[in-house]
Design a protein around this ligand. Structure first.
Ligand SMILES: C[S@@+](CC[C@H](N)C(=O)[O-])C[C@H]1O[C@@H](n2cnc3c(N)ncnc32)[C@H](O)[C@@H]1O
Length: 408
């Protein structure tokens, strides 16, 4: 079924044939695991691991529906790199969005929940000889698939030696995979955090291993309200990435609690689950696929008020236009007034070198208003409604599976 991530435990046989797989690895039908039923964090991870292990190892020729942000909307340099990835790696790609930011040349990058390695290999090309990529995943079958193609991509991208490695580990416990404080310039993740039983721990760990000014850039599935216990206990909805979806306001809160700036929204698409049998359980909750930037604060980047930021046009892959988020798109040479918090983020990150900043003496700022505005701008549902960004990801085939599962 389409959904944008799945964590259900099924036998290999159950995974064959009858269940359409989503961009995030989905599946459905019978046999949903009880991962949301008050089980321990380890039990949740065991169930998710079992599902992905079976999905990757099993023979599976089911069609994969298109994801919300697929090829045509991706920047050319990313499309080109993705087109060079090995077919088997691409066929086991289960992301739900584009989780690859600009300006990666020479960067140290970590991918949380790297799966078959598709995003890691694309990034391997983009970071080049002087950069390095680590993918971390807890599922042996995924790691083994990704490892199988390291040499292939090293040659394909003309690198003199491999610049990507895959490590086994939990995204909530990066220290166990020997990942040290202040190590990475960029962390990416694609449709994984919703599968974690402890989302705040994931953000905490990402913050710890990022350098000051480093960026966590991730695509995932969000909801607009805390789901009812009934929804959280539904095996079907957990499996469909609905029960585990991130409550967007919680993410904004956790991000600030662990030391990030207020998250900046990069894309958002709402989608409906248009089946009565499911709506009855969801009690009005809504869903979207969204991408955020979370920047680790760096000392000395704060200004007393708004700032004029002028993009220099020097980001090779962006050319004359740099889209920072859904609210700020910078054209080379044209000053844009940005509030202090946005200026702090730009200055703190690797993007800072591509801007000229000019203070605006005498222009005062109201920090409370800035804060409230930034929170409003982080709302993925408000943006998707305003921009009419929505997708229809469910088919008649999905409907049958939902109805069969909820009729049990
Ligand atoms: C939906 S797939 C996405 C994989 C990859 N990001 C992609 O776009 O193809 C989710 C992946 O996250 C991994 N995963 C889920 N929860 C995890 C956790 N708590 N720690 C480590 N890996 C996890 C799974 O093993 C699986 O490979």
């Amino acid at each position: 079924m389409q959904q944008c991530c799945v964590g259900q435990s099924q036998s290999s046989d159950q995974l064959k044939g009858e269940i359409p797989r989503s961009c995030c690895g989905g599946g459905g039908g019978g046999g949903y695991p009880a991962v949301a039923r008050g089980q321990s964090d380890d039990a949740v991870r065991d169930t998710v691991r079992e599902f992905y292990g079976q999905l990757v190892a099993g023979e599976d020729s089911r069609p994969i529906p298109q994801c919300p942000t697929t090829d045509k909307s991706w920047p050319k340099h990313i499309r080109d790199a993705a087109a060079q990835c090995h077919d088997e790696v691409v066929s086991k790609y289960f992301g739900c969005g584009l989780a690859i930011p600009d300006c990666l040349d020479g960067m140290q990058v970590l991918d949380l929940g790297s799966g078959s390695g598709r995003d890691c290999f694309v990034i391997s090309k983009l970071v080049g000889e002087n950069g390095h990529v680590i993918g971390i995943d807890m599922t042996d079958e995924q790691l083994s698939l990704a490892n199988k193609y390291i040499d292939y991509h090293t040659k394909k991208f003309g690198l003199s030696k491999p610049n990507v490695e895959f490590r086994k580990g939990y995204i909530e416990k990066l220290g166990e995979a020997d990942l040290k404080d202040n190590t990475f310039d960029v962390i990416v993740s694609n449709c994984v955090v919703n599968l974690s039983p402890d989302k705040k721990a994931v953000l905490q760990e990402a913050h710890r291993v990022l350098k000051p000014g480093g960026e966590l850039y991730f695509a995932d599935i969000y909801t607009n309200q805390t789901l009812s216990e009934k929804a959280r206990q539904s095996d079907l909805l957990w499996g469909e990435c609905i029960s585990g979806a991130l409550v967007w306001k919680d993410v904004i809160k956790y991000a600030q609690e662990v030391g990030f700036e207020i998250p900046r929204l990069v894309t958002s698409y709402t989608y409906a689950v248009p089946f009565e049998c499911v709506q009855n359980i969801l009690e009005g909750a809504e869903f979207c696929s969204a991408t955020y930037r979370l920047v680790k604060k760096r000392d000395g980047t704060s200004s007393p008020g708004p700032v004029k930021a002028t993009y220099k046009g020097s980001l090779a892959e962006c050319g004359q236009t740099f889209q920072f988020d859904v609210f700020y798109t910078f054209k080379a040479g044209i000053p844009v007034e940005v509030p202090n918090d946005v200026a702090s983020i730009l200055k703190a990150t690797r993007y800072g070198a591509h801007f000229d900043f000019e203070d605006m003496p005498g222009v005062t700022t109201n920090k409370d208003e800035d804060y409230a505005r930034s929170l409003d701008q982080a709302d993925p549902f408000a943006y998707a409604a305003k921009s009419a960004s929505s997708i229809n990801i469910f088919t008649e085939e999905h409907k049958k599976i939902f109805e069969a599962a909820t009729a049990k």
